[in-house]
Design a protein around this ligand. Structure first.
Ligand code: UDP
Length: 350
């Protein structure tokens, strides 16, 4: 079914997930404006998007209210997909105020401009890090599991969730509408199956891209952080979701916003496959897909890593009809590997 084009602002659209979101929105015929300060994003991703369709790009700070007001007025924005954030747990422990400033304060500034301009729809990139370290009997994690983050990254995202809910309540009390979907991502992997975009972080901290760098000989080995967790093979367990599936979830979430009067106006959804894989299993999948038996080194735990994070994705399936179309880790690694082979130095390879 065709959907009417909307004017959508994508914050953080030069980053891994934001650029994949912008790509899909362009393909669906929406009018896309990206704001990204390029502190973590890649200008190469913007160039790749320009091959797909007309995309407006502004290099700037999403916490700058004057700038954001000007952009959203000019573009007559109808909906915001908000990805711009810092997302390294370890870094957030070392530089908490930077995380509160860039993730929480900047988001609150963005929300105030949305409120001022009466922009009524938001899809917010939240995280399973808002749950912290759930009791084993609460895994797989449901959305109503207590949110007790164990690091500043998770706390900065949770603060935004609260602000979004409070804004919705206040706007409704004033007789104004506001609808938001807050998607709590588990571990996002893979890349555009057509190879136009990929995952390129600097510094790289994520397991799959690190394994692929080892495959390419750009690292001597992959460090496994902790082999003494209370899990079957002693390594952490994570729920990996393909970035294309994650973006599908954003699309169905956006379409649901304000679709019926009985809808809850702010809703949180887990986005994961519901099946957990250990770090060792992911390493094995990377070896199997690439055919390269890179060395691993077992080292101490990384601070801030909960032993097991696995989604109960029942709500998003029941309410929005979303399930992961590409739940196999091999598919995620294969897509990530295809892009990596063509871009051994990331976007700089072009
Ligand atoms: N991990 C690892 N070695 C690495 C990078 C990550 O053992 O070089 C582990 C990490 O401790 C965690 C899992 O892989 O248990 C996923 O980490 P990643 O940084 O990819 O994502 P996160 O779970 O932090 O969002």
């Amino acid at each position: 079914m065709a959907h009417a084009p909307e004017r959508i602002l994508v914050t953080g659209g030069a980053g891994f997930i934001g650029s994949h979101a912008a790509l899909r929105l362009l393909e669906e015929g929406h009018l896309v404006t990206i704001v990204d300060d390029l502190s973590r994003g890649n200008s190469g991703a913007i160039e790749a998007l320009r091959q797909v369709g007309p995309v407006a790009f502004v290099e700037g700070d999403i916490g700058d209210r004057d700038l954001m007001r000007q952009i959203m007025r000019e573009q007559d924005t109808q909906c915001v997909w908000h990805f711009a954030a810092l997302a390294y747990v370890g870094e957030s422990v070392e530089q908490p105020l930077r995380y509160y400033r860039q993730n929480a304060t900047a988001s609150i500034n963005l929300l105030s401009v949305m409120d001022e301009l009466n922009i009524e729809k938001l899809v917010f990139s939240s995280t399973c890090a808002t749950y912290g370290e759930p009791e084993t009997n609460l895994i797989p994690i449901r959305e109503d599991c207590p949110q007790q983050p164990i690091n500043p990254y998770g706390r900065s995202k949770l603060l935004v969730e609260h602000a979004v809910r409070d804004l919705a309540i206040a706007r409704h009390a004033r007789g104004q509408s506001f609808h938001a979907a807050m998607l709590r991502y588990f571990n996002v992997a893979g890349s555009d199956p057509e190879g136009r975009l990929g995952e390129d972080h600097d510094p790289e901290t994520h397991l799959i891209p690190i394994c692929l760098e080892a495959v390419l000989g750009r690292r001597d080995s992959v460090k496994i952080f902790g082999t003494d967790y209370p899990t079957p093979d002693g390594t952490c367990i994570r729920d990996f979701v393909h970035v294309s599936d994650l973006i599908d979830a954003h699309l169905v979430a956006m379409r649901s916003l304000g679709a019926s009067a009985s809808d809850e106006t702010v809703r949180a959804y887990n986005v994961g496959t519901g099946s957990g894989l250990s770090v060792r299993e992911v390493v094995e999948a990377c070896r199997a897909v690439t055919g390269v038996d890179f060395p691993v080194e077992e080292v101490a735990r990384r601070p801030g890593d909960p032993p097991k994070l696995c989604a109960d994705a029942g709500r998003i399936e029941a309410v929005l009809g979303w399930t992961a179309a590409r739940p196999q880790i091999e598919q995620m690694v294969k897509d990530a590997w295809r892009w990596r082979q063509q871009h051994p130095f990331g976007f700089r390879s072009v």
